[in-house]
Design a protein around this ligand. Structure first.
Ligand SMILES: Nc1nc2c(c(=O)[nH]1)N[C@H]1C(S)=C(S)[C@@H](COP(=O)(O)O)O[C@H]1N2
Ligand SMILES: [Mo]
Length: 532
């Protein structure tokens, strides 16, 4: 190797070191920005932190097709994947900004502020934004990050041409390492502190939940019939345990509401007497207990977003009548009831359905305990027969009577239907797709639902054969799903099993396949198995 080669190699190595250290500085600056933002968010509002705000804004703007794909691909992990995605993008930008700042120190540092603006805009644009203070976490975090990047890049080795030969490396490696380490440690500490403080708000809510004893309902639900559950092990339990109950919502941070300070405001068109209720007000009323099966409009044919629970709550129609509300068919001016949650969700239900005698309720209890935080503590709405997005507002804090003409709720603004009664559906729980059962008697079993109409018949078809009636388990109520089973004499080979249900109105589950948008999937569930 000649002397001649050496010079360019050293200089390009130095350039690379500078860019690498610049990228590292960018990463540290990004980390510091997020940590400081987290701490400020703890003081302002945990939901105003940049990652949650940007994630929430992304959820609000995600096209339905992408959302459906995300739910299909990542299931209940979709929100985690989204947040990791945001962090990955931020990491890339931080590395790039840091490397850029090596040559353009001021512009690079200022670039961090752009992210602060994006975070602040996202936080302010969220429906649950409580005001300009929501911009603070992103703005303060970005300023801290920009300052740190400016300082760290200033400590890097100077470009070769500016270095007098005799000074060797030409930079204070020790100072950079010290500053970088200190910044990393301070960020970690700040982040942890921020998280801890955010959690503290939740502790009050958790304490308020622990203090609640649900009174026994004045109108209890009859015991679930023993024969509502078929004796086939693989079928979903008739009552879904709370920990297994599906969860669908837009909340990146589950709201933790303190029941002692919670209020529900009821107002709007045709409300002669407005009301503001506390949690204790609701507890003092006569409580009803009902089994209701909830289904999500995003549930694909054969999908998992359906669950059945025993709920305790207040009859919503009674409450509305006390406020002077009349249903449209009796001359009331409002045909839409808009429920609003503490996280800014809006859900619109037909007033006619809420007041037509069905057990629409403000639920306080789920399967014998206060609502879990994930499922809407302290209070959520339920209307038997309607998909969750038009009925089941969690963390509810306001009910406004209005009209469908005057107002579109959150999902309706995003192309979902204004009104969405649950479609008659059935699902094969066993055998599983591509199972390889032995020839002989194979138990085919599952669930069927047509809430508020009830299930009258379930039939099974093997390949292109005739429809065969399955045995229905006992009905709990027409607001719940119904289990069924069919003893199949299975011959060897590959077979397709298809199920269809008929509801009490005589309507047979259609074979016309539609996607979930705009008002729920239709079509029949099939399972292919190979009998050995
Ligand atoms: N505040 C709030 N309530 C909400 C939602 C939401 O995103 N935010 N999603 C609705 C939808 S789409 C469904 S299907 C049900 C799901 O209730 P669960 O999570 O308790 O199963 O809640 C409804 N209530
Ligand atoms: Mo839903």
């Amino acid at each position: 190797m000649s002397d001649h080669d050496k010079t360019p190699r050293t200089s390009s190595a130095r350039t690379w070191t500078r860019f690498a250290l610049g990228a590292l500085s960018g990463l540290l600056a990004g980390g510091a920005a997020l940590a400081v933002a987290e701490l400020v968010a703890a003081a302002v509002r945990p939901q105003a932190g940049p990652v949650v705000a940007v994630g929430g804004a992304a959820i609000d703007r995600t096209p339905i097709a992408v959302k459906d794909w995300a739910i299909r691909t990542f299931g209940a992990n979709d929100k985690l994947v989204l947040q990791l995605g945001i962090l990955a993008v931020l990491t890339l930008f931080a590395l790039a900004l840091g490397a850029f700042a090596v040559r353009h120190r001021r512009t690079g540092a200022a670039g961090v502020l752009v992210f602060g603006v994006v975070g602040a805009a996202a936080a302010l644009g969220r429906p649950d934004s409580t005001g300009v203070t929501d911009a603070l976490p992103s703005v303060v975090g970005a300023i801290a990050g920009a300052a740190l990047l400016y300082v760290l890049v200033g400590l890097l080795p100077a470009p070769r041409r500016e270095v007098p030969r005799e000074r060797g490396e030409g930079w204070d490696r020790r100072r950079f390492v010290l500053a970088a380490t200190a910044a990393a440690a301070a960020s970690a500490g700040t982040g942890v502190l921020g998280r801890a403080l955010s959690g503290a708000g939740g502790r009050e809510a958790a304490a308020s939940r622990r203090r609640i004893t649900l009174p026994s309902p004045g109108s209890p639900a009859p015991a679930v019939p023993r024969r509502a559950q078929v004796r086939v092990p693989e079928v979903s339990p008739f009552v879904t345990p709370n920990r297994d109950f599906y969860r669908v919502d837009t909340a990146l941070v589950v709201p933790r509401v303190d029941a002692t300070t919670w209020r529900l405001r009821l107002h709007g068109e045709g409300v002669a007497r407005e009301k503001t209720l506390t949690f204790d007000d609701l507890l003092r009323r006569e409580l009803i207990e009902r089994d209701i099966t909830l289904t999500c409009v995003s549930n694909e044919v054969g999908g998992p977003y359906v669950g059945n629970a025993r709920w305790i709550g207040v009859r919503l129609a009674d409450l509305l009548e006390e406020c002077g509300v009349r249903r449209p068919s009796e001359g009331g001016p409002a045909d839409q009831l808009v429920a609003r949650s503490v996280d800014g969700m809006t859900i619109g239900s037909p007033v006619e359905d809420v007041m037509d005698g069905r057990d629409a309720m403000l639920a306080l209890g789920m399967n014998g305990e206060p609502l879990p935080f994930d499922h809407g503590f302290p209070v959520r709405m339920l209307v038997p027969g309607l998909y969750g997005y038009v009925s089941a507002c969690k963390w509810i804090e306001e009910i406004e009577l209005t009209t469908f003409d005057a107002y579109d709720a959150y999902w309706v603004k995003r192309d979902w239907a204004r009104e969405a009664p649950i479609k008659t559906q059935s699902r094969i729980d066993t055998p599983k797709p591509f199972a390889r059962p032995r020839a002989g008697t194979v138990m085919v079993a599952g669930v069927a639902w047509a809430q508020h109409r009830g299930i009258d018949k379930v039939e099974i078809r093997v390949d292109d054969g005739p429809w065969q009636e399955a045995t229905l388990a006992a009905e709990d109520s027409r607001d719940t799903w119904r289990q069924w089973s069919y003893a199949w004499r299975a011959g060897k080979g590959s077979h397709t099993l298809t199920v269809r249900a008929t509801d009490r109105t005589g309507e047979v589950q259609t074979d016309r396949r539609t996607g979930t948008v705009p008002d729920g999937a239709s079509g029949r569930h099939s399972v292919v198995v190979t009998v050995e």
